[in-house]
Design a protein around this ligand. Sequence first.
Ligand code: ADP
Ligand code: MG
Length: 568
Amino acid sequence: MSKIQILTPTVANQIAAGEVVERPAAVAKELLENSLDAGAKRVIIDFSRGGKAYVIIEDDGMGMSPTDALLSLERHATSKIRLAADLDRIATFGFRGEALPSIASVSRFTLQTRSTDAASGTEIYINGGKVIHQRDHGMPVGTRIEVANLFHPVPARLKFLKSDETEAAHIVRLVRLYAVAHPEVGFLLKEDGREIFRSPGHVPLLERVRVIWGKQVAVEVSVMPLFEVKGMRITGLLGKPGVSRGTRQDLVTVVNGRPVDSRTMAFATTESYHTLIPKGRYPLAFIFLEINPAWVDVNVHPAKREVRFRDEASVRGFIIQSLLSVLRSKGGDGLPVETIIPTALAPTTTPTVNSSFNNPINSSAPSPVAVSTNSQSLKLGWKFLSRLREERAVFETPTGLAILDIGAAHQRILYEDILKQFSEQTPLSQPLLIPLNLELEPLPAAVLKEKNDLLTAAGFSFEEYGRNFWRINALPTWLNPDESLIFIRDLLAEMARREGDFGKPALAYDALARLAVIKARKKGDALSDHELLQLVHKLFQTSQPGVDPRGHKTYIEWTDADLTRRLS
Ligand code: ADP
Ligand code: MG
């Protein structure tokens, strides 16, 4: 017998499934795209246990005839292209004809469909890639697909799925993206039959974002007019100047109705905000680009959302030009400085938090180490000489002269203080008289749910009171309540991005402490000379007095020998 064997179609499909659908949200994506390709005006999606139990999608699109329905489950069966040359002008989402057979090979799959001209519908039931039956099925025109027990036939893949909450969050995020991208289609998303959101077709974009993305986001954006050049059009919603995010989570880019990841678009958008948001942060924006399909390459990876443009530079230029003209006309150049908050998200709820940013460390925070300043400072032998600008101070040391970066010193101290609280399991927590409300994106909400124990141990107290709605009842003492919403949003986004790091408590706490101190730039002029000495003293009680948690120097020192050499 020959060693080489042709794989059975089922096995080939199961292997392909690994590429096309790596998680339930990817199944939802393929099915959703098929519905949109079929011209649906209304789509209903329901899922259970993060899509592991089932994903059901129902549309009122053109449906399929019984023969086509069976064909659609064959590999490389597609109604969307015939020749490779067609790839240049794809206007549909799908074109590979791989999704349905792949999904059907790794699930219990039921397809019910009725085409516009048929008197009745058909039902095909497939289990683990084997057709169990096809029979007549009475139904309205359209298609309903149920994918149950995803990956049960391939336990190895099942293992890689995350918690139900996380998988659910990915599905919700995906459906939200498509719903925002398709204002002409009505969407209803349900979990276990209960509505998560409903967005009717034909409502203005801003209203859509309000029902899909939430009220808090809707007040942070304004509508952008339409810009057009040959072959390209752009419109969308732009975050108001000063509004920014720690990740690209709320920088939504849509190309020809397809939610995509595009470095070019994200970069151009971020560029356009230039000084309107702090360095290193991302704008909040929904950017809709329509472009001649021949100028986009969507054939990058079946499961990925990345797109490439044939002419990246002109897309980039067009976006920047359009956005700048909007942002400038909003008085971007003359923007009051206070609305740009260094290192922090712009306030999402109260526009009045700015005053507290000058003094980000909560004054009621416990001093890291109980010190008897005088005697020990003497031992250390640093003598305060003078202030140098606001952020620096000059000291005479037993061996020479030192310049201290006050902010960096603060960060080192605060960082170790927070870590110490964590390691001793004694985080100091301050109850809030008036609990704060927090509305979250599904993914951060899932992270919060999953890591709630860890955050509780760090001094937070969160209480869920509705899907994606949380109440904050207490905060760690090092966190100023005025900035806590911003901090928590950033933190959760960061935790979602670095899933792995936050798996181990030690690493999680380290990351948490680092985030906390980034915000702790204390203004030097708020400190008295005595307090400056105290600061130095505390600094030298930390494990690494020479650098702040980001590795920047806290001070530089010239020894007498250095000085002599330089002066000679
Ligand atoms: P592709 O989308 O790449 O063509 P799929 O495997 O996703 O491949 O789908 C195969 C074919 O099945 C599609 O080309 C389309 O003709 C048909 N089809 C799939 N889903 C639907 C639907 N919801 N409504 C109508 N036709 C559908
Ligand atoms: Mg498809």
